[in-house]
Design a protein around this ligand. Structure first.
Ligand code: FAD
Length: 468
């Protein structure tokens, strides 16, 4: 029987990063993945394919809406070739997942394809697609089994017309009318892809705003921008039923006054969140407790109720984000090797890759109020930037909250072009516990979107923004 210092179950961003860090620290490491390709949700059916489609559809939208204004004449009709768009997306995914195989080889990490199940706390049985079983021994195990799309109890996901994000990433036609249940990040990104390609898109959201976890101003600004793009939003709508009749989907919901309303479309994307995935793991055989909400129970060292078994990523509490899983992967590898690492969960940025993009780090206004923290606010609109006018991307803002007493930056919230990249400046500043004054005094290249960060910091420190 093969014996390892560490076995990692699951090869998503949590698992493969944990495996690399374990190997870097000199531990004999094995990674177990049930699918043929590594990379988990993120690389196969999440972050990477969704961004590939967002980019392709953005090019198309630019061509049909903005090229003329930029003085670019395209003779003839500009058409979508969905098959080629999907082919490119698959190519990007292939290249990225193959990269993980390369990284495993480079770091001398052994791999098994199959479902990993605990026999006890130091033995794992791996069952491959043909039912063949292999047993290995591991001193330590890292559970990184991720998550799957969740649904509502009365919805029958048929994967053809009533679909999750996984199917939405590989549709063979552009929906005529895509009804989306849920106005969270995953739904909005995919909804925007198909809206750009010509589908009518209606978002039904239970809460009174979209992207509910983020700052209220961001929800409003994104909805305003997406309404300009002709997406429809039905807020405070409680979906009651989803039925398919041939190619027609009927969704019934109660509106905010309790009145039943009906929507008809040809596809329904159910994007109501994701659930932690531990099926087939036999966690109880290893003494690993799963909480009532399905998440693996861990302590502050991300150690489960079995002392040699750790869990990371979507399968434990916290934001379901690839970079959160990665941080935890590194953290656990270092804990196992005897180091004392640290993760500041307050500084994990949250990003929506719609256009305009939305990005946040630290506390939002509601949280500051809840925590009774006195704060200053500085806000600067993207439309006042020369860079935004040059590109035509004028929607959005940067908003900075700083402590009223100490001026320490407590939260930064952005909507606009390229803010997914811009948020890194805010994370860096907050990691070094910068004050708004520190940011206000830094030179920012002109013309850039980043100037909005400086201007918001100037606004937060005595209302000194220069360009508004
Ligand atoms: P996963 O990536 O879910 O990986 C778990 C792996 O474990 C899977 O490969 C699974 O097959 C394997 N596995 C499970 N059980 C077993 C078993 N018993 N034996 C062997 N293998 C097993 N996050 C971002 O940060 N940015 C984004 O832009 C972003 N976009 C997204 C877009 C979409 C459409 C979706 C669905 C998600 C997106 N996410 C994004 C979320 C991100 O994909 C997840 O947070 C991330 O993948 C979680 O990583 P993980 O390692 O915890 O688990």
């Amino acid at each position: 029987m093969n014996t390892y210092d560490v076995a990692v179950i699951g090869s998503g961003p949590g698992g493969y990063v944990a495996a690399i860090r374990c190997a870097q620290l000199g531990m004999k490491t094995v990674i177990i993945e049930k699918y043929a390709t590594k990379g988990g949700t993120c690389l196969n059916v999440g972050c990477i394919p969704s961004k590939a489609l967002l980019d392709s559809s953005h090019h198309y939208e630019d061509a049909i809406k903005n090229f003329e204004e930029h003085g670019i004449d395209i003779s003839g009709e500009v058409k979508v070739n969905l098959k080629n768009m999907m082919k490119r997306k698959s190519g990007v995914v292939d290249q990225t997942t193959k990269g993980i195989d390369f990284l495993m080889d480079k770091n001398n990490i052994e791999s098994y394809q199959g479902v990993g199940s605990f026999k006890d706390k130091t033995h794992i049985i791996i069952t491959d697609a043909d039912g063949k079983e292999t047993e290995i021994e591991a001193k330590n195990t890292i559970i990184a089994t991720g998550s799957k799309p969740s649904s509502l109890p009365f919805i029958d996901i048929d994967k053809e017309r009533i679909i999750t994000s996984t199917e939405a990433l590989s549709l063979k036609e552009i929906p005529k009318h895509l009804i989306m249940i849920g106005g969270g990040v995953i739904g909005l990104e995919l909804g925007q892809v198909y809206r750009r390609l010509g589908a009518e898109v209606t978002v039904l959201e239970y809460m009174d705003r979209i992207i509910p976890g983020m700052d209220k101003d961001q929800s409003k600004e994104l909805m305003k921008a997406m309404k300009k793009q002709k997406a429809k939003f039905m807020l405070s709508h409680k979906v009651k039923s989803v039925e398919r009749n041939g190619d027609e989907i009927t969704v019934k919901a109660d509106d905010k006054n309790g009145k039943e309303v009906e929507f008809k479309g040809d596809y329904c994307l159910v994007s109501v969140g994701r659930r932690p995935f531990t099926d087939g793991l036999n966690a109880e055989k290893a003494g690993v407790e799963i909480k009532e909400n399905g998440k693996v129970k861990v302590n502050e060292k991300l150690q489960t109720t079995a002392d040699n078994i750790y869990a990371i990523g979507d399968v434990i509490e916290g934001l379901m984000l690839a970079h959160k899983a990665e941080e935890e992967g590194t953290f656990v590898a270092e804990v196992i090797s005897g180091q004392k690492p640290h993760i500041d969960y307050n500084l994990i940025p949250n990003v929506v890759y719609t256009w305009p993009e939305v990005a946040s780090v630290g506390k939002n206004e509601e949280q500051l109020k809840e925590d009774n923290i006195k704060y200053n606010t500085g806000k600067f609109p993207m439309r006042a930037l020369g860079r935004s006018r040059a590109s035509g991307d004028v929607d959005g803002f940067v908003k900075i909250f700083s402590d009223k007493e100490t001026d320490e930056v407590l939260g930064v919230h952005m909507v606009g072009a390229r803010v997914a990249d811009l948020i890194a400046e805010a994370v860096t500043a907050m990691e070094f516990r910068a004050s708004a004054e520190d940011i206000a005094r830094m030179s920012h290249a002109h013309p850039t979107y980043a100037e909005a960060v400086k201007e918001a910091a100037l606004a937060a420190t005595g209302d000194r923004a220069l360009h508004i």
